[in-house]
Design a protein around this ligand. Structure first.
Ligand code: HXC
Length: 257
């Protein structure tokens, strides 16, 4: 499958999607949405791919939804097309997704990064929800995922003022998992992805489902879901292999069975 606004390649169990509209700071237009979600779904279905990385370039992960594309839309158009709802497809991908962010991750770009399971940021990364400066507000999850990630005070600050935060403040706030030097971003992300790719897919998908359940359920329901998913692991070969390998002081060889 060939794409025009993204690059998709996979090797060693890692599927990498690179947003590729450098002339527009990787602004997310409808074509990026269609291509990125389709490519992520294709990786999800590809047995060779075990973990997905979404990245941009050194200047921008994505500077937001494409302002020029949406500027003249009417209420009826965006409402009837349910503008941005298509991004939900990305959140239904079952394999782990890492966002590797350098430069601007603004508006929809920040929201896209938050749809990943975790974010690794270059020290050059800048996050923000500047929609307020355009007379609108976040529309791809910024008011919801950002609030869950960093709490009300900072989410209100970012969404109401439109200010940008650097990688260090983003890490301190809990938005990003790690900050690395910009020239090591892809290598560090690949290293993290390669580690995840070695694990049992049954376990990595189980982790993803259980952590995400924390955002959708009560604590007692979430704990029960976690415990039942944990119990289910005892029906797998990979649990036997993982625990035997530990006792035998050797590397486990998981088979996703
Ligand atoms: C369309 C964009 C864009 C965007 C940048 N470009 N961001 N085009 N949509 N979101 C284009 C510029 O128009 C310009 O094209 C080129 O990319 C380079 O951008 P510059 O502004 O010249 O770069 P620079 O001076 O370095 O400034 C970088 C920047 C600025 C601070 C990131 O580009 C900026 O403020 N961008 C918009 C950020 C933003 O508001 N994002 C949120 C969008 S709304 P030309 O052709 O002129 O060279 C959103 C959610 C909407 O994401 C949800 C509610 C509906």
């Amino acid at each position: 499958m060939s794409y025009e606004t993204i690059l998709a390649e996979s090797s060693e169990g890692i599927g990498t999607l690179t947003i590729n509209r450098p002339g527009a700071l990787n602004a997310l237009n409808s074509q990026v949405l269609a291509e990125l979600t389709s490519a992520a779904e294709a990786f999800d279905a590809d047995p060779e791919v075990r973990v997905i990385v979404i990245t941009g370039n050194e200047k921008a992960f994505a500077a937001g939804a494409d302002i020029k594309e949406m500027a003249e839309k009417s209420y009826a158009e965006v409402y009837l097309a349910d503008w941005f709802a298509g991004w939900d497809r990305l959140t239904r991908v079952r394999k782990p997704i890492i966002a590797a962010v350098a430069g601007y991750a603004l508006g929809g770009g920040c929201e896209l990064a938050m749809m990943a399971d975790f974010i690794i940021a270059a020290d050059t990364a800048k996050f923000g929800q500047p929609e307020i400066n355009l007379g609108v507000m976040p529309g791809m999850g910024g008011s919801q995922r950002l609030t869950r990630a960093i709490g009300k005070a900072k989410a209100m600050d970012l969404c109401l003022t439109g200010r940008f935060i650097g990688a260090e403040e983003a890490e301190r706030s809990g938005l990003v998992a790690r900050v690395v030097p910009a020239d090591e971003l892809l290598a560090e992300t690949r290293k993290a992805a390669a580690g995840i790719a070695q694990k049992s897919l049954l376990a990595t998908i189980g982790v993803k489902e259980a952590v995400n359940a924390a955002f959708e359920t009560t604590l007692s329901q979430g704990l029960l879901f976690e415990r039942r998913t944990f119990h289910a692991a005892f029906g797998t070969q990979d649990q036997k292999e993982g625990m035997r390998a530990f006792s035998e002081k050797r590397e486990a060889k998981f088979t996703d069975s």
